[in-house]
Design a protein around this ligand. Structure first.
Ligand code: SF4
Ligand code: SF4
Length: 345
């Protein structure tokens, strides 16, 4: 095993925050979704796998790891969710820092009280509720408000987070708007720059913003976001992606490759970066994006047949997504790009 020179900056930060993606399924199909979840999306995490990932995450870092549960919509897999939380507690793992939801299931007081009380017994930190114009196309805002109100009673106000509180307070359902009205609202909302432009968000929302040619995003390395953000997501197949860059595979947890081993391999691969040295070829999506950014990935894709969009790109991540999606659809770099559901089939 390679030894690291501790006097240099750590090339890959320990994974201190991790989201277990319990399922890609979701009742909704938000225009802002960066993992392309929908009622048709498939891919659940078993309780057994979730526990193994959770334990691996805690052991891989000397500082432990704060785990949250997301998706997709984890409450769409309630039995798996509550069993995972219970077994994690029984195994002595640190409780989930947060569980995320869009509140679709919050149809009445009884189900809310029952579920929140059951989760409270497992020691969860907080309930994170999503609310914005995109979510309210699929989830009545009254359910968000009811869940927040009962949640404050059961868990306490400090353990309820709404993203975004201003919309949940003053917003409204957007499902009955005409598509033109919704487009105008989404365009205005996009100016808040609250959402990542990846996945379906990139497909459906980028055109609502001012566009620039790819050259405007040249030489913008993504090293920090990919390797030093401390945050990863893990899905049911054990695919590990950076927390903010869905669809880029850092590694796969298998029977022989634990979370800790994946991290160690990445660390070894990028160990020379503290000296300003880039990792050696072969050409790899992660190397290119980390060291040079998405314009460099586009240059590689162009040699394979990708054509730059004439209307340009809204942001660096929109360029990245457009190129990665083309590469994925054309069968390139499949070890690094996936899973399929994230690329909006
Ligand atoms: S953004 Fe959240 S609620 Fe909307 S489709 Fe994606 S996972 Fe579901
Ligand atoms: S450009 Fe790509 S790699 Fe860089 S932060 Fe955006 S999604 Fe991640």
């Amino acid at each position: 095993m390679r030894k690291f020179d501790r006097s240099k900056p750590m090339p890959v930060k320990y994974w201190s925050f991790a989201g277990l993606m319990l399922t890609y399924w979701c009742n909704a199909r938000c225009a802002s979704c960066y993992v392309c979840s929908s009622p048709q999306a498939e891919g659940d995490m078993s309780v057994e796998s979730g526990l193994a990932f959770w334990e691996g995450l805690q052991n891989a870092s000397p500082h432990g790891c704060r785990v949250h549960i997301g998706g997709g919509e984890p409450f769409g897999r309630w039995e798996i969710l509550i069993e995972l939380l219970r077994q994690a507690k029984a195994a002595g793992l640190a409780p989930a820092e947060a569980v995320e939801t869009n509140a679709f299931w919050a149809t009445g007081e009884k189900i809310i009280r029952d579920r929140l009380a059951a989760m409270d017994e497992t020691g969860i930190g907080r309930l994170a509720i999503s609310s914005d114009p995109y979510h309210q196309q699929f989830v009545p805002i009254e359910r968000v408000r009811l869940l927040a109100r009962i949640g404050e009673e059961v868990l306490g106000p400090d353990r309820i987070r709404i993203r975004w509180l201003d919309w949940a307070t003053e917003g409204f359902d957007t499902d009955s708007m005409t598509s033109e009205q919704r487009k105008r609202l989404f365009t205005a909302y996009a100016e808040k720059k609250r959402d990542r432009l990846a996945g379906r968000a990139s497909v459906e929302r980028a055109g609502l913003m001012p566009m620039k040619p790819a050259a405007a995003f040249a030489d913008k390395p993504c090293y920090n976001r990919l390797l030093r953000s401390r945050h990863v997501h893990i899905d049911g197949e054990g695919i590990v992606c950076p927390g903010t860059c869905a669809g880029i595979i850092l590694g796969r947890i298998t029977d022989t490759d634990s979370v800790g081993r994946l991290w160690q391999n990445l660390h070894s691969h990028f160990a020379d970066m503290g000296n300003g040295e880039k990792p050696a070829p072969p050409v790899d999506v992660l190397n290119l994006l980390a060291c040079s950014g998405p314009a460099a990935l586009m240059a590689v894709a162009e040699r394979l047949g990708y054509v730059e969009r004439a209307d340009g790109y809204a942001r660096q991540c929109h360029l990245c997504w457009s190129v990665r999606r083309w590469l994925f659809e054309n069968g390139h770099f499949r070890e690094r790009l996936g899973p399929e559901t994230v690329y909006c089939p």
